[in-house]
Write a protein that binds this ligand. Structure first.
Ligand SMILES: C[S@@+](CC[C@H](N)C(=O)[O-])C[C@H]1O[C@@H](n2cnc3c(N)ncnc32)[C@H](O)[C@@H]1O
Length: 353
């Protein structure tokens, strides 16, 4: 632009990128998308304003909402079917309302309340090589999940976030490799059961898929995320409240670790892999679902950004296929294969000899 070389646009774009995220978070927080969804027809600014005021129990500025709604149009989240009226774009209809099966509202809310503040401490996290919960939220302690699950509302918000993201990737993850040999599966730290559910839907021969998670998570998952009765998962999908760092008794064909290894430091990962190995019958398989770094670890950008997210929040990290191969090989697994799924989570499969 203006003959300046190199063009500063990429730097200015990066500098402003957070403004777009915050516009999205504010529109979700003010329930603008929910209000338009409920009305089922385009609404004037004044009616949106009344809807927001009603939900918040206090007046809101029409000028402020006008600015935000016009910005949402420019971001492709709202459209104006006729002058002065707003409606949802297909993007918002699919991903930004809670009633959609592919809703990302929980992930938006978790990002706004937790990830965004933690990223504010990124330079400290980089300098210390460690998470910044205490610095940002004043929460001491070493277990990331004790911090994430501070209140019942926090549990539900985090689970909604995990569920929306896992649901988008689950069909690609469970079909990245042929698991039709399996009749039993355990998903360690499986939260809402998105992956286990997808496995039941993809493999009719899978008789039992057990989701292991912390007691309060299991209670919430059963209450809010269990598939409706009468569906293909009926009698096959269940939850077990347990600490996944303790020994599980029975032997299964497949153990799933989806977005678990990236949360923990190396000794904890080794412990989880040893437990998974013992949980598998000989010939069984471990399915790891994570974002994979390229072999030179220079990309892709979303995985590098997720790695920084792990740095700010956890004691874990993102890895390349070769790094998983080494980690799983050291835990006694063989035939380690990694697949880019083209979705938001990739898959690594390894066999217990
Ligand atoms: C990043 S989430 C991943 C959830 C799910 N696997 C997915 O991919 O959507 C990590 C999960 O590990 C669970 N978790 C953490 N510590 C645990 C423990 N000690 N025992 C069992 N589950 C645990 C959390 O409650 C959470 O559901």
């Amino acid at each position: 632009m203006g003959g300046i070389t190199p063009d500063p646009a990429p730097v200015l774009g990066l500098l402003n990128a957070f403004r777009s995220s915050q516009a999205l978070f504010a529109a979700v927080d003010l329930a603008i998308f929910e209000i338009l969804k409920t009305s089922n027809s385009p609404l004037s600014l004044q009616l949106i304003c009344e809807g927001v005021a009603c939900r918040r129990g206090q007046r809101v500025s029409e000028d402020g909402l006008d600015r935000l709604c016009r910005t949402c149009v420019a971001l492709g989240l709202l459209e104006t079917p006729s002058p002065g009226l707003y409606s949802l774009t297909p993007l918002a209809e699919n991903y930004l309302v809670t009633s959609s099966s592919t809703s990302l509202v929980g992930y938006c809310t978790h990002s706004a309340r937790v990830v965004w503040p933690l990223f504010g401490g990124l330079s400290s996290a980089v300098a210390s090589g460690s998470q910044v919960w205490q610095q940002i939220f004043g929460q001491p302690g070493s277990d990331v999940f004790a911090r994430i699950y501070s209140t019942p509302a926090d549990v539900l918000r985090f689970l909604s976030g995990m569920h929306s993201f896992a649901t988008l990737s689950a069909p690609s993850v469970v079909t990245a490799f042929d698991l039709s040999f399996a009749t039993s599966l355990v998903d360690l730290g499986g939260a809402t059961g998105a992956i286990a559910r997808s496995a039941c839907e993809s493999y009719p021969g899978l008789h039992s898929a057990v989701v292991v998670d912390l007691p309060h998570v299991v209670a919430d998952a059963r209450a809010n995320f269990a598939p409706p009765p009468g569906g293909p998962c009926d009698g096959r999908l269940s939850w077990l409240a347990a600490d996944f760092f303790t020994e599980q008794d029975n032997q299964v064909d497949v153990v799933v670790l989806s977005r678990i290894l990236h949360d923990w430091d190396l000794p904890r990962c080794q412990q989880l892999l040893a437990l998974s190995h013992r949980l598998l019958r000989p010939g069984g398989a471990l399915l790891v679902a994570e974002m994979l770094l390229e072999s030179d670890r220079m990309g892709p950008l979303p995985v590098l950004l997720q790695d920084l997210n792990m740095l700010c929040q956890t004691h874990g990290r993102e890895r390349s296929a070769a790094e998983y191969e080494e980690l799983l090989g050291a835990a006694g697994f063989v035939d380690v294969k990694a697949r880019k799924t083209g979705s938001y989570l990739d898959a690594v499969l390894a066999r217990k000899p």
